[in-house]
Design a protein around this ligand. Structure first.
Ligand code: NAP
Length: 338
């Protein structure tokens, strides 16, 4: 039986990977502080803080077939590489498409230029997330070498369990519009790309690839659709037949509506020319290496079911609240009719 160590495993992708490894017959240990959530049934849990001096002590004394690390802190990854180098056969690092220097150009592959690595051990804010992930990748490659490591540059992850609320916003909004005429506010986004990778597809591929010791650097992103196509699939998943009320990007920006994610946003919408490529990276290398993607309709239907099961009025980390959307719709309609 293969011995797998997940540094993390209590949040979303980490837990999904733990479950997938266990389903493949792996013996899984997850190391975390125990703050982000529960570990997968069947996994061994090691409660530890990686920021303390002996944080990896228990696991560094054991041998592992595969170590998977989801960290974004260069110091944590450097220490893991240092302490596990002699104990682990293969190291998998979950990185991000944020490592690239140019986020504007569409269709770029893994050979595109990277940001400079973050100096120091600690990423102080998400502003330097890309640089921090570059530093983590470099530590893994320096310690384990190309032949003993897999670097997975994930694109926006979606699907059931999306606590960030990005992939669930549109199907939920279409299923539960904020106004009596069932109108939904959408950005005018002709031709803009959109892309999410289902967390289950991502985890399944990482697990298959790790067990096969597939090595190298891979973009693991969803297939690219247009933003309008993405909305059409979300709308169909929700059975929405009400009007779409389209707002120009300038109008939305003037009214404080953000792109992409976070509060008072229209999730997944990326109008900024400097960021449009984020939604349109090449996933060809990973697909050639076995990444399979389920239809977007299935992801959005299942995400809608998860949103409903976990409560449609729960606090959201992304999107417009019903009151915000209703207010914006009223204002836009009064502007258009005057
Ligand atoms: N979400 C996206 O759209 C997206 C896109 C691209 C890439 N990614 C990458 O995909 C991965 C997502 O992983 P995830 O969903 O499992 O979430 P995550 O939030 O990255 O998970 C972090 C894990 O590390 C543990 N942890 C944090 N600080 C720790 C410490 N000091 N000591 C020990 N353990 C610690 C956390 O558990 P405790 O809090 O319990 O300690 C948790 O299990 C990340 O690598 C992320 O950068 C995400």
């Amino acid at each position: 039986m293969r011995r797998i160590l997940i540094l993390g495993g209590t949040a979303w992708l980490g837990r999904e990977m733990a479950e997938a490894f266990i389903a493949q017959g792996g013996e899984v240990t997850c190391l975390a502080r125990g703050e982000s959530g529960a570990w997968a049934p069947g996994a061994t849990f090691v409660r530890a803080d990686r920021d303390t001096a002996d944080g990896l002590g228990t696991v560094a004394a054991q041998r592992w077939d595969v170590v998977v690390d989801v960290s974004r802190q260069p110091g944590q990854v450097r220490r893991a590489v240092r302490e596990l180098q002699g104990q682990a056969k293969f190291f998998v690092f979950i990185s991000s498409a944020n490592v690239y220097a140019d986020q504007g150009t569409q269709g770029q592959d893994e050979d595109a230029a990277l940001l400079p690595p973050l100096n120091g051990d600690v990423m102080e804010s998400m502003e330097s997330y890309g640089e921090a992930k570059v530093a983590c990748e470099q530590a893994v490659l320096a310690g384990f070498g190309d032949a003993r490591s897999l670097v997975v540059r994930a694109g926006l992850i979606g699907g059931p369990g999306d606590i960030f609320g990005r992939s669930g916003y549109w199907p939920l909004r279409f299923a539960h519009p904020s106004t009596p005429d069932n109108a939904v506010l959408v950005p005018a986004a002709p031709g803009l790309p959109a892309s999410i990778i289902d967390v289950r597809d991502l985890a399944a591929w990482i697990v298959r690839a790790s067990l096969a010791q597939l090595h190298g650097v891979f973009n693991a992103t969803g297939d690219v659709a247009t933003f309008d196509e993405h909305l059409a699939v979300a709308r169909q998943a929700a059975g929405h037949t009400g009007p779409l009320v389209s707002a120009a990007p300038d109008w939305l920006h003037r009214h404080g509506v953000a792109e992409w994610a976070g509060g008072k946003s229209l999730p997944l919408w990326l109008d900024d020319p400097l960021w449009r490529g984020m939604n349109a990276r090449s996933n060809g290398r990973a697909k050639s290496a076995g990444l399979t993607l389920r239809p977007l309709a299935e992801t959005l239907l299942d995400t809608l079911a998860w949103e409903v099961a976990t409560g449609i009025d729960k606090p959201r980390r992304a999107g417009l609240s019903a009151a915000e959307e209703a207010g914006l719709l009223a204002e836009l309609r009064s502007t258009n009719s005057s």
